[in-house]
Design a protein around this ligand. Structure first.
Ligand SMILES: Cc1cc2nc3c(=O)[nH]c(=O)nc-3n(C[C@H](O)[C@H](O)[C@H](O)COP(=O)(O)O)c2cc1C
Length: 184
């Protein structure tokens, strides 16, 4: 059976991040041939074009983890109606130097969680626009806007609310098929 490695990029560095918990919970819904790994972005330096010729070890590691993956999953908060700077920094690192983007041609899922009712919708649209420019094919439907609240996760880190779990399982089924379409 073919195996599919998914590189998960979480747009929050916060220890108790809702989005990191969501990324962990969603991975539990994946078919057995999929493995989800959260890639580090907290050790990436601020992007500086001067460093393109001699990127830091963390940048080289990040780019090779993205390159090795058959699919991507972005799980991001919204900061001031946009994507967090740490996420944009990671995305930019992956694109350089010119002609050596790690992103191009990969299938991706996009989701996010926020305590706000429409939280992350604006950030997700911003992210989808820039991923489109980077030749990343994002799964369009279903869109995933999770309202973060107490009781969303159980003690084992799985989704505790049945309706939400069913919805995310449906998303996962479509996402897995989406990734497989690109792997052939
Ligand atoms: C700088 C900053 C800006 C924020 N702006 C938004 C926003 O535009 N929309 C929103 O829904 N929540 C906003 N929030 C609240 C976040 O949704 C909330 O802090 C959330 O827990 C962050 O995600 P995390 O738990 O994964 O770190 C903002 C939070 C911070 C720290």
């Amino acid at each position: 059976m073919d195996q599919y490695q998914i590189a998960v990029v979480v747009g929050s560095l916060r220890r108790e991040s809702w989005n990191r918990k969501l990324a962990t919970a969603v991975a539990k819904l994946a078919p057995p041939e999929f493995s989800f790994t959260q890639v580090r972005i907290d050790d990436l330096p601020l992007y500086n074009q001067d460093d393109d010729a001699n990127p830091a070890a963390a940048v080289r590691r990040f780019k090779s983890e993205i390159k090795a993956a058959q699919g991507l999953l972005f799980v991001t908060p919204e900061y001031n109606r946009g994507i967090p700077g740490v996420l944009k920094n990671a995305v930019d690192h992956g694109t350089r130097p010119p002609g050596q983007s790690s992103w191009a041609g990969k299938p991706a899922g996009v989701m996010g969680a926020s305590p706000g009712a429409i939280g992350t919708a604006v950030a997700q649209y911003q992210l989808r626009a820039l991923l489109s420019y980077l030749d990343v094919a994002t799964l369009g439907q279903p869109e995933v806007y999770i309202q973060a609240k107490e009781g969303l996760f159980d003690d084992a880190g799985a989704i505790a609310i049945e309706g939400t779990r069913k919805f995310l399982q449906g998303w996962m089924d479509r996402y897995a098929a989406w990734v497989k379409r690109f792997a052939g």
